[in-house]
Write a protein that binds this ligand. Structure first.
Ligand code: SF4
Length: 569
């Protein structure tokens, strides 16, 4: 191992660095989440990955932003600072669907809000730039990734420029960042003079550039400029769809902002199975840094969960996570997941249950495109109907779940990630195994709505698929002698959804005798097609749609399903 061999925890203080014999870091990671050394936390995942490639990495988690020195407590790193707002966009983390301040934060010790600023990526980038003049600052994570181009911001109800301009960062990494971060470090190692262009053109990144940055003859897409979108909100739809297409095709893209050009290099290639295995096989402590005195709520949810894959082929028009991770699925191997289960079962704090096996969706492990995804023009592999080139791995997934359950010391295996129900219906063997053995009494499903017109706008399957799933679920539960329930996740105030649509959904629920518990009032998060619909008042084909836009309209839709006391989260 190099000088940056994997320590029990990545250092968060000077004294921890000294104990490791490190005088300086190569890479400083600044994050808006607490530091939990678990692969479900982005800073730990990236930090361990970089350390495995010989880099000395330290983490400053949730630094004070009223004290410039806090972000600098590990000293100036040799190569760069990587900055992320955390697992969620900081505005989404701080405000409810009606823009009321939240009091809780699952990624913070004690579960209390207030440990990170609004627009954390911009604030942290400013702190790092002030503390270490001239140090390259690289933004990553969901907040930066989905704000890489001009975007609508729900929280101040306006169009905002690319986060590159507002943060003055040198680079934004979009999508999953392992390849781009490693490439940036490699280039900076070779470029002691830190010439201005050294970070330009890395796959999976956006940067301030010029026409000459796009290689001659390379496919490239011009996005409507910031000013064009400002003048005509419908251009946001064109820009959003063009960005989706750029992610699929691997083209370059650029967007003008007042004569300055944001250039997007082609997306990074998703990690291979071998790379996923190496990444998730790194020696994570699977625990919060020992410096924390109070529990971190998110840890309890993920401590004994297994990430089987990344990416989601569904392409739901409102989903930030799937947009960030992309449509192509990167899966770990069966042996890697079994090895992780064996490691869990040997831990002192092990309680016998694997609480989840999944990714953005539960049942896309092993799924692949049998064609050339770069030539694909669809927004979803599954809707409006399944693409003939989409190959799922659900039969093998049923076998994987059974194998995990037979690992010595494992008493239960549960699937807590959302199951894509239309996909599950394609594999009766998987569906039977899921319902009979891995549901644990309750299964989370996201039909989102009952009206096919609204579901079409969401890029969700038609409602008949959900009803077919329920029939199978109930039959399998009965024949297994189990009383089990589906917990439906529903959405109010989606663009194109009317009060009458909400009443139709309420009628369907009443007819089944269901009282909804999980209703999300739609939040237009940056970068999604649904957000472009909300802002522009059109569907992706440019046809006008009704939008519940004011808080009063949104609340009225929400209350058709939920009692007045249940304020939207
Ligand atoms: S060709 Fe089909 S399977 Fe491949 S990415 Fe496109 S929709 Fe998905």
């Amino acid at each position: 191992m190099s000088r940056a061999s994997q320590p029990p925890f990545l250092p968060t203080t000077r004294s921890e660095m000294e104990r490791l014999g490190w005088r300086e870091l190569d890479v400083l990671l600044v994050t808006g989440d607490a530091y939990v050394d678990h692969p479900a936390f982005g800073a730990a995942l990236l930090g361990r990955w970089l350390a495995a490639h010989g880099l000395a990495v330290g983490i400053v988690a949730q630094p004070r932003w009223d004290e410039p020195g806090d972000v600098a407590r590990l000293g100036r790193p040799r190569l760069l600072a990587g900055v992320s707002a955390g697992a969620l966009d900081s505005m989404l983390a701080h405000y409810t669907a009606l823009r009321k301040k939240r009091s809780d934060d699952a990624y913070t010790p004690g579960g209390l809000a207030g440990a990170r600023p609004n627009r954390a990526a911009i604030v942290y980038a400013g702190l790092v730039k002030a503390a270490f003049p001239g140090l390259p600052v690289v933004l990553g994570g969901v907040e930066a990734s989905l704000r890489r181009a001009a975007h609508y911001d729900f929280w101040n109800d306006s169009l905002r420029r690319s986060i590159l301009l507002d943060s003055k960062a040198d680079l934004v990494v979009y999508g999953m960042g392992e390849r781009a971060a490693l490439e940036a470090c490699g280039r900076l190692r070779q470029a002691p003079a830190r010439d201005k262009g050294v970070l330009r053109g890395i796959p999976g990144t956006a940067f301030m550039g010029e026409a000459a940055d796009v290689p001659a003859g390379a496919p490239a897409v011009r996005l409507p400029s910031f000013e064009e979108i400002q003048a005509d909100p419908r251009k946001l739809m064109a820009a959003t769809l063009a960005l989706e297409a750029q992610m699929r095709s691997g083209a370059w893209a650029w967007q003008e902002h007042g004569g300055r050009r944001v250039v997007l290099a082609p997306p990074a290639e998703p990690l291979s199975t071998g790379e996923m295995d190496r990444l998730y096989g790194l020696p994570f402590a699977r625990a919060p840094h020992p410096g924390y005195a109070r529990p971190i709520p998110a840890v309890e949810m993920i401590r004994f969960s297994l990430t089987s894959h990344r990416g989601c082929a569904g392409g739901c028009s409102f989903c930030s996570l799937a947009l960030h991770q992309g449509r192509r699925i990167s899966s770990r191997s069966r042996s890697s997941l079994l090895e992780e289960a064996r490691l869990l079962a040997r831990r002192r704090d092990w309680d016998g249950a694997i609480t989840d096996v999944g990714g953005p969706s539960a049942n896309m492990w092993g799924a692949r495109c049998a064609a050339d995804p770069a030539r694909c023009r669809r927004g979803s592999c599954l809707t409006p109907s399944a693409c003939p080139d989409f190959q799922d791995g659900q039969q093998a997934l049923a076998g994987l779940l059974a194998a995990l359950k037979s690992v010595p010391g494992v008493r239960h295996v549960r699937v807590a990630s959302g199951v894509r129900h239309d996909l599950a219906l394609r594999s009766p063997g998987y569906l039977a195994a899921l319902v009979r053995e891995f549901t644990g009494g309750q299964l989370k499903l996201a039909p989102e709505h009952s009206r096919d017109r609204v579901l079409g706008l969401m890029r969700k399957p038609g409602f008949a698929a959900f009803e077919r799933f329920l029939t199978v679920f109930e039959a399998e539960s009965r024949s297994a002698g189990k009383q089990q329930f589906v917990v439906p996740y529903l959405m109010s105030a989606f663009p194109g959804c009317t009060d009458a649509d909400m009443r139709a959904l309420a009628c369907w629920l009443k007819a089944r005798g269901w009282k909804p518990r999980q209703v999300q009032c739609f939040v237009p998060t940056p970068g999604t097609v649904a957000t472009a619909m909300y802002h522009a008042g059109i569907d992706p084909e440019g046809r006008p749609i009704v939008v519940a836009r004011t808080d009063a309209e949104r609340l009225r839709q929400h209350r058709i399903l939920m009692p007045p006391a249940a304020a939207p989260r």
